[in-house]
Design a protein around this ligand. Sequence first.
Ligand code: SF4
Length: 165
Amino acid sequence: KNTRILVSACLLGVNCRYDGKNGRRDEVLRLLREYELIPVCPEQMGGMETPREPSECRRDGGRVQVMNRKGRDVTEYFEKGGEEALKIAKLYGCRYAILKERSPSCGSGIIYDGTFSGTKTAGDGMTARLLKAHGIKVVGESGISSLISEISSDMMDDNIKFTEE
Ligand code: SF4
């Protein structure tokens, strides 16, 4: 059975980005030779239209809030989008995800800080955080090679377990 990887749809060339464009990356598309890629766009799945105002996450006490550039609280859409992406990951049995870096939904490790000034900060987008909390290994588009090595070593472990049983 092919390994399935959840992927941000904009990286595969879908025009789902806030500006109605995509962020197609050939190195992601090339993975189709060996893996099944399952596209998701959490912002669209959360009910947001395209194009839309860009949004950023910010911390409000312990809670993460997502605000769009016009100051509207859009957290609900982002939470819903994360839940929908998680449902699809579970439905297709994805243990891995390649998600667009720095997005307030998909970003992992580093995101924009909520000031709309291009300043980055440590943190995860809403979807990336939820997927990680459910045990899915999430990398950005620059982490593809490390993900591939991890997948191979997981497959070796799985084979060892299988032959031992
Ligand atoms: Fe791409 Fe994720 Fe933003 Fe959708 S939510 S446009 S998949 S970065």
